[in-house]
Each structure stands twice: as structure tokens, then as C-alpha cells.
Design a protein around this ligand. Structure first.
Ligand code: WT7
Length: 644
């Protein structure tokens, strides 16, 4: 457990100190960890945002799992580390103590080494939400291999892209994956992906569903076959602070997803620090984050942050609505969850079921409730506060990103004030600034602009894997400081409200999608000539995807074609990237230089076409009215094929 912020005055004082003396501030936190060798004197941080070249705890040596296990075992070896709740409430859950988890991690570490895994090797984890997924991540960290978890809902093509980008040597997966009433053939997807990759030598398959799978001899091995004979003691690899801990792929405004790289020392310090402060975790609390380990939230706030401070973390395999829409609340009562952390999209989806599914649960144990992933609208905030938090739990609206590694702007539960739809104030150590489009810092309150961070923090992105220039260009070169891609408002009280992305990124249910990436997938359909994708407001998902496509119909009906296009996107990226609406259009509004005018398409998508601004300078102004006129075809064209 780390020292926590205890009251508002303490917050203000720590914030102030963290700005005046950032190195002392971070050293004070880092000293509470176990280092095989401490960082060099006076070298808490070395940084240059032009590179970018950022190093924290320079020359420090550690292993993050030694900080989870060896550092904690004497005090709470028998404490439950992971409570696992299966998809099906009738199946028995699992409680794994720190000692048991330690042994599982040691065994799997030995097994990985026996398979020839070495420090620095990249390992893809493509698994359901089962404890073995956590074990796989931690064992990679223990042997010094770099894990890259790929959300198990991504398609074979997306998986293959990621394997190829990081040249993974091993893939860890399962036979299948239970999700709601479905069983998803995960191993089959891996097999398909591996037809398009060359680097993978070994596939480790964990049994979950018992479905039949095809085991390729010489390549595929069962988890248990290598784990059962493995020794239960393992000496952790010594890692440098700046050695890579993991890669996590995320979408940007251009091209293929990029591999965000996090390093060992800084990520460890920051995830533990932010976890115990934001949620005000106390030793006997039961904490539950509903994210999937395939996203950064799962990395930082199911696995690393909670386990580093010796917390009990709930891991849930299923979905919020299976077998009934009270499933989340049932689990809260079942385990007496004290801190509950979920996404606005889940809140809105459950809110839509009304009071009925929630009213039979008492949820008295809850002390803190949190949100992450997208702006939360005021209505959902109030519903969450009243019906989940029963009016007594502070809501921590946590703003952060895959690239930031941990929460940067958020209330500190019960200590700093909350405000509906505001992420509120930065954590001590974090220096946000708002800049105008030319990069001038907008000082004072009541300002709005692009959100940047002007001083490094330990868990920040170090590079984009294999392409450092891309990291510089995406985040640093525009303003010379870290640019988040979000716009924000700092209100009259100095509180931050995140307004949304300013780049070509759509946030669907808290998942980040690049418009270019979706357009590329759509364009793979042989009948699509050109496409333009935009985000539009959606009651539950926050934003949904609207695709305008120019097609060569080739005898197909419009409805058949829109359905085929959606299926193509599902196949190429994964179901989460499927457009809600595909509109087949005769042309796309373009400037004379050929740039698609998304501003106009956005207005058409929401039926706000009274004032489209000046369109006379377009290359093809007449197409705008045609698109507006044909918008009425959209609802019929987008009916799924299997429904009447
Ligand atoms: C983008 C980052 C952070 C883990 C999950 C998403 C949006 C995130 C909030 C919030 C408003 C938010 C931003 C950010 N976002 N949290 N509390 N309020 N917007 O991680 O996929 O890296 O996406 O999500 O637009 O840039 P991600």
C-alpha cells in the first residue's frame, strides 16, 4: 500500500509541491517500491519532448512482479488477489490468493522460458477474461518478455497486423471464449491469422470452453501440458526502468493502429499511485473494474495498479446484460464490491432498462463509483449517482488515454469535489494546459482549446513500436509538448471538462476507432469506390459510425450492399468497428484540392442541414443536395438482412 492523499488541504499541498519540485515528489512515491537497484542520484527524470526522449528513474533496476508478489507476500500472502466471476452465474467462480497467483505466475514463467522465451521477445495475448490471462501478462513481465494483449473481439486480420508489427514469437490464446449466450472460437481466429504471419513459433492454448480445436503439431501446445510439470519457483528477470513492459495497439487518425509502448519503472509507480489515490482503496476493500484486459483500462486498473498495492480485484468474464440486465448489480452484492469502475456506455445501456433490474439489489457495500473512456453526459451521471451509488458514492470521472498509461485528470474519491460531466482536477504531478490552435497556452479560467500536458509523468508513452517518428509527429511536434488529441474546457472554477476528440478519431462505446482505418476496411469491399466515415451522437454508444460510400452497384440492391459493407468491416477490423449506418451516395463533397468536407457530412448525418455554410467553393456543390435528398433511403437500406 502506498501513502495516500488524505484530505483536500493535503491534495492542494501535494499538487503544489509536485509542480514546484516534481523530481522530489515522484522520488517520494517511487521510494515506496522495491528496487533491485535504485535510480541514479538526481536522475528521477530526464526528458526532451523534441525526441521525444523521456526516461524515468534512470538506471533503476526492478521487476514489476517482484513488487506485486515478493514485496507483499509476507504481509498478505493469503489475501485474495483475484476474484473471478464467470460468464455463466451457475458456474463456480474462483478466488485466487496472492500466494496462489504467485505460484501460477512462477510456473507459467518457467514454462515460457522452457519454450525458449527470452527477455525482450514479444508475446501476443489473445484471451478471454479468465485468470490465466492475468497470469500470462504477469509471467511475461516476470521473464522480461513484452506482452501485447489484443482484445479477443478483434478479427483475424487485425490480429495478424499486430503480430506482424511487433514480430511476435508466441501467441497465448484459448480454445474458445464465453461471452453472453455465445461461445466464440478464439483459437480458430488465431489459426486464420497465422496464415498471414511468419514470426510465430509457438501457440499456447488454454482450455476454457472445451470446444474442439485444431492443434498444429510442432507449433501448438496446451497450457496445462507445459504448466503442470513446471517448477513453482522463479527468479524474476532484472529489468531496467526504461525496458519495455508492454505494447498496446490503439487507433489513431491515420493508417494502421500504432503500438503504444510503456516501460517498466514509470508505469509501475504511476498505476499504483493513481489507483490507490483516485479510488481511495483501503486494505480490505473489494475493487471491481468491468473493462476487458484487451484495453489499457484492464492493464492499469484490473491487473497492475490493484495488484501492486495488494488489492483484491474482481475479474468478470461476461457482459452486463447476460443472463439478465441486473448482472452487474448482482455481482456487486455477491462480493460486496466497494469500488466499481465502468464505462459511460455501459451505464447508458443499463439505464435504458429502467429501475426494474436494479431495484432488488442493495449495493450497500459501494463506496466509490467511477467512469472511464468517453465523456459522460449529465443524465447518465445523475442516474449512476442516484441508482448505483444510491446518492452516497462520489463518482470519479477519470480522464486518461492508452498513451498516458494511467488516470491524469479525475476527482480523488471523497476528497476533491465532483461535478457532473467534469473530469475535474489533475492528479498531483500532472500539469495539463489548454492551448489555442497555434499552440499558445490559454492561461486562467473559462478557456477552451486543445488539451496538452506540459511536463512528463512516469507512465507516459515512450514510443510507438518500431516507428519513433510517428510518436513524435502524432503527439509532440504540433505544440512541442504532449498533445492529447482532445479538446477541453477549463471552467470558471478551474475544473476540466473533456469535450471530445479533435482529430479523426471516433469514440464508439469508449473504444477508439480511426476514420481512416474504417474507410480502408470499407474500401476493401470490391464494389466500393470511395468512402468517408464520420462519428455521430448515439444515445448509448456515445458516438456511432456513419459511412458515406460511393459504390458501383453491379446489380445488387442497396440493402444487400449496405449489409455486405458492414460485414466486410466486421471481418477486417472486428464487430465493434461496424458502421451503424451506411449511406450509398452519388459522390462526396470535396474541396478543389480533393479533401472531403467532413464538416458537411457531419451535419447531414444529424439532419441539421439548414445552415451548411458556404458550399459554393466545393468542387461538386450539387452533390450535397443529392446526398440530403437520398438520406430518406437510409433507414430502409440499413435494415439487417435476417429481419423483416
Ligand atoms: C480517449 C482515450 C482511458 C482508457 C479508456 C479509453 C476519451 C477517456 C474520458 C473521460 C471524456 C474520455 C478521450 C481520450 N476519454 N476517458 N473520463 N471523459 N473522455 O482509452 O482508447 O486510449 O481513448 O478516450 O477522448 O482521448 P483510449
Amino acid at each position: 500500500m502506498l501513502a495516500k492523499i488524505t484530505n483536500l488541504y493535503d491534495y492542494i499541498q501535494k499538487y503544489h509541491n509536485s509542480i514546484q519540485h516534481p523530481e522530489d515528489f515522484w522520488a517520494g512515491i517511487a521510494e515506496q517500491f522495491f528496487w533491485r537497484k535504485k535510480w541514479d542520484k538526481n536522475k528521477v527524470v530526464e526528458w526532451d519532448f523534441d525526441g521525444p526522449d523521456v526516461k524515468w528513474f534512470v538506471n533503476g533496476k526492478l521487476n514489476i512482479t517482484e513488487n506485486i508478489f515478493e514485496r507483499n507476500l509476507y504481509t498478505h500472502g493469503n489475501k485474495t488477489a483475484i476474484i473471478w466471476e464467470p460468464n455463466d452465474p451457475n458456474e463456480k467462480g474462483r478466488r485466487i490468493s496472492y500466494k496462489e497467483l504467485y505460484e501460477m505466475v512462477c510456473k507459467f514463467s518457467n514454462a515460457l522460458e522452457q519454450q525458449g522465451v527470452k527477455k525482450g521477445d514479444r508475446i501476443i495475448i489473445y484471451m478471454p477474461m479468465i485468470p490465466e490471462a492475468a497470469v500470462a501478462m504477469l509471467a511475461c513481465a516476470r521473464v522480461g518478455a513484452v506482452h501485447s494483449v489484443v482484445f479477443a473481439g478483434f478479427s483475424a486480420a487485425s490480429l495478424a497486423d499486430r503480430i506482424n508489427d511487433c514480430k511476435a514469437k508466441v501467441v497465448i490464446t484459448s480454445d474458445g471464449n464465453f461471452r453472453g449466450s455465445k461461445s466464440i472460437p478464439v483459437k480458430f481466429v488465431v489459426d486464420e491469422a497465422l496464415d498471414f504471419t511468419e514470426s510465430v513459433e509457438t501457440v499456447i492454448v488454454c482450455k476454457r470452453t472445451g470446444d474442439n480445436v485444431n492443434m498444429v503439431s510442432g507449433r501448438d501446445i496446451w497450457w496445462n501440458d507445459i504448466v503442470d510439470p513446471a517448477g513453482s519457483k522463479h527468479e524474476a528477470a532484472e529489468m531496467d526502468s526504461e525496458d519495455m513492459l508492454f505494447i498496446l495497439y490503439t487507433s489513431g487518425s491515420t493508417g494502421k493502429p500504432k503500438g503504444v509502448v510503456h516501460s517498466c519503472g514509470g508505469y509501475m509507480v504511476y498505476t499504483a499511485y493513481s489507483f490507490c489515490n483516485v479510488f481511495q482503496y483501503s486494505a480490505d476493500d473489494i475493487y471491481w473494474c468491468t473493462a476487458d484486459i484487451g484495453w489499457i483500462t484492464g492493464h492499469s486498473y484490473i491487473i497492475y495498479g490493484p495488484l501492486l498495492v495488494g488489492a483484491t480485484t474482481v475479474m468478470f468474464e461476461g457482459i452486463p446484460t447476460y443472463p439478465h440486465p441486473g448482472r452487474f448489480w448482482e455481482i456487486v452484492d455477491k462480493y460486496n464490491v466497494n469500488q466499481f469502475y465502468t464505462a459511460p456506455t455501459a451505464i447508458r445501456a443499463l439505464q435504458a432498462y429502467g429501475q426494474e433490474p436494479i431495484k432488488s439489489f442493495v449495493m450497500e457495500s459501494l463506496k466509490v463509483i467511477g467512469t472511464v473512456g468517453e465523456p459522460i453526459n449529465e443524465e447518465a451521471w445523475h442516474w449512476y449517482h442516484a441508482h448505483v451509488g444510491k446518492g452516497k458514492c462520489p463518482i470519479v470521472d477519470t480522464w486518461w488515454q492508452t498513451e498516458t498509461g494511467g488516470i491524469l485528470i479525475s476527482p480523488i474519491a471523497g476528497i476533491t469535489p465532483t461535478k457532473p460531466s467534469y473530469a475535474t482536477l489533475p492528479l498531483p504531478g500532472i500539469q495539463p494546459v489548454i492551448v489555442d490552435k497555434d499552440g499558445n497556452e490559454l492561461k486562467g479560467n473559462s478557456v477552451e482549446g486543445n488539451l496538452c500536458i506540459k511536463y512528463p509523468w512516469p507512465a507516459m508513452i515512450r514510443t510507438t513500436y518500431g516507428d519513433h517518428d510517428r510518436c513524435r509527429e502524432t503527439y509532440f511536434s504540433k505544440y512541442g509538448i504532449y498533445f492529447t488529441g482532445d479538446s477541453a474546457r477549463r471552467d470558471e472554477d478551474g475544473y476540466y471538462r473533456i469535450m471530445g476528440r479533435v482529430d479523426d478519431v471516433i469514440n464508439v462505446s469508449g473504444h477508439r476507432m480511426g476514420t481512416a482505418e474504417i474507410e480502408n476496411a470499407i474500401n476493401e469491399h470490391p464494389r466500393v469506390v470511395e468512402s468517408a466515415v464520420i462519428g455521430f451522437p448515439h444515445d448509448i454508444k456515445g458516438e456511432a459510425i456513419y459511412a458515406f460510400t460511393i459504390c458501383d452497384m453491379d446489380g445488387r440492391t442497396r440493402r444487400n450492399l449496405t449489409n455486405e459493407i458492414k460485414a466486410t468491416v466486421g471481418k477486417i477490423i472486428g464487430p465493434i468497428a461496424k458502421p451503424d449506418i451506411v449511406q450509398i451516395v452519388p459522390g462526396l463533397p470535396k474541396t478543389r484540392s480533393g479533401k472531403i468536407m467532413r464538416r458537411i457530412l457531419k451535419k447531414i448525418a444529424v439532419d441539421d442541414t439548414d445552415d451548411l455554410g458556404d458550399i459554393s467553393t466545393l468542387l461538386n456543390p450539387e452533390v450535397v443536395q443529392e446526398i440530403i435528398d437520398e438520406r430518406e433511403l437510409v433507414s430502409d437500406d440499413n435494415r439487417p438482412l435476417d429481419k423483416k
